[in-house]
Design a protein around this ligand. Structure first.
Ligand code: GDP
Ligand code: MN
Length: 420
């Protein structure tokens, strides 16, 4: 049941997004990408900053972190949907979902990728034998392929990425890019000058789901070399997604480096001014425009909270990315050059896309998947999670990066909160 105040809050948030679209579309149509941060905030722009609190951001950080820990300390087991699909007695004859494990990886990351695969196999895939797709813009070495095959239970596809798709488009002005990257470097934005990192973020935002090999699949579980998985999964997570009509599953949500996405939101508002019908009426707007915990981030990102699902783990339905709203939008984003003149990450792109174009009830927080990618760990109070400390999310100096509480407070229905 949705309570009345929650409904009203949603209506207000929706109205704010719509009014921002109109205002930004009118006022900020011709932003110079690099000048974005220097623009003074107009009185109108304040409309974006909808959330009000008498508490200081520091108080909010601590309260939100405590809320997160309280949530993680509650004993949980599995989603109580009543339709979990258990491991088959013979995984080789199992009628799997149309899904694959997915990793973009370099040959030199063989050691870390094997370490992670061993954990995924032990906790999940030895029971279901889903295939793996390995992507790389370089050819995989024989050693890489042979070693991987020794550690996986499912089929393996070693795929290269077309250089023309991976590399930055010719339309990018090299001079403008160099200046912009120097500015980001001066602001200590990680990977600012690493073009391959920009290529990676763009690829995961705009292209991967159209890779010829991935076209045969609907769902993927993205993982990264060097990440850790702590908990046994005794149900088919892909069938969970399918049977419960979920589009996207995540474990961790964080704020982003605000300088890396200065114009992502204003550009998106320009796009939406042309396509207001793409907005989903049950979008996750509050998550996207919150400005209480890190108001400076929302300010520098020109209206976007920078909150995002951390995409180094994600289980998702690629048909969402292939749908018209998402694919038209990222095509537009790509045409603005923001993947190179700024350092837009695939995580904020996926998250803004989902928050605007998808029903938030189709986004699932996998609290039962214990996970670590330095320097954050998601560890619930679950008997089958081994090797992680319950609720030990991160170091104190990073507490302000927690955005999970916003997802919980603003976007989850009571049903979603009680799913575990
Ligand atoms: P971070 O988590 O944001 O620090 O980024 P990572 O360095 O972990 O990169 C994200 C993912 O993309 C990882 O799976 C990397 O292995 C992969 N990756 C990053 N850059 C490249 C690249 O240039 N080529 C390939 N093949 N993979 C890359
Ligand atoms: Mn990583």
């Amino acid at each position: 049941m949705v309570s009345i105040p929650r409904k009203i809050a949603r209506l207000v948030a929706f109205a704010l997004v719509v009014s921002t679209i109109i205002l930004v579309g009118v006022n900020f149509g011709d932003w110079d990408l690099r000048a974005g941060s220097k623009l003074p905030l107009s009185a109108d722009k304040k409309l974006v900053f909808s959330h009000k609190s008498s508490k200081s951001p520091q108080q909010i950080v601590e309260e939100n972190y405590k809320t997160l820990q309280d949530i993680l300390r509650r004993p949980i087991h599995e989603p109580k949907t009543g339709n979990l699909v258990r491991p088959p007695s013979n995984p080789d004859e199992y009628d799997r979902a149309n899904a694959t494990m997915l990793v973009l990886v370099r040959n030199r990351e063989l050691g870390p990728v094997v370490r992670t695969i061993k954990q995924i196999e032990e906790k999940f895939n030895r029971k279901f034998h889903y295939p793996y797709v390995f992507l790389n813009e370089q050819p995989f070495t024989e050693r890489f392929k042979e070693t991987i095959k020794k550690h996986v239970s499912g089929a393996t596809y070693f795929e290269s990425i077309d250089k023309a798709i991976w590399e930055q488009p010719k339309s990018i002005s090299v001079k403008k890019q160099a200046n912009a990257m120097q500015q980001l470097e001066d602001e200590n934005v990680g990977y600012a000058k690493l073009v391959s990192y920009h290529n990676m973020c763009r690829y995961y935002s705009v292209n991967f789901y159209n890779h010829p090999r991935l076209q045969q699949f609907r769902y993927y579980w993205r993982f990264e070399p060097g990440t850790d998985y702590y908990c046994d999964l005794d149900y088919d997570v892909f069938k969970f997604m399918e049977m419960n009509k979920k589009t996207y599953g995540f474990v961790i949500a964080l704020y982003d480096v605000e300088q890396s996405v200065r114009t992502l939101w204003p550009r998106t508002m320009e796009f939406l001014a042309e396509h207001p019908d793409y907005l989903h009426p049950n979008g996750a707007y509050d998550f996207l425009v919150e400005n209480l915990q890190n108001p400076h981030k929302t300010l520098i990102a020109n209206g976007y909270s920078t909150c995002h699902f951390w995409s180094n783990f994600e289980i998702a339905d690629m048909d969402f990315y292939r749908s018209k709203p998402y694919s038209d939008w990222v095509k537009f984003l790509d045409s603005t050059g923001g993947f190179y003149y700024e350092r837009w990450g695939d995580a904020p792109v996926h998250s803004v896309g989902l928050g605007l174009f998808e029903d938030r009830d189709k986004i699932h927080w996998f609290r039962d998947i214990g996970y670590k990618h330095q320097p954050y760990t998601l560890c619930s109070n679950r008997p089958s999670c081994k090797g992680c400390e319950t609720a030990d999310f991160t170091y104190k100096h990073l507490w302000d990066q927690n955005c999970l509480t916003n997802w919980w407070d603003y976007e989850m229905s009571e049903d979603q909160k009680n799913i575990y």
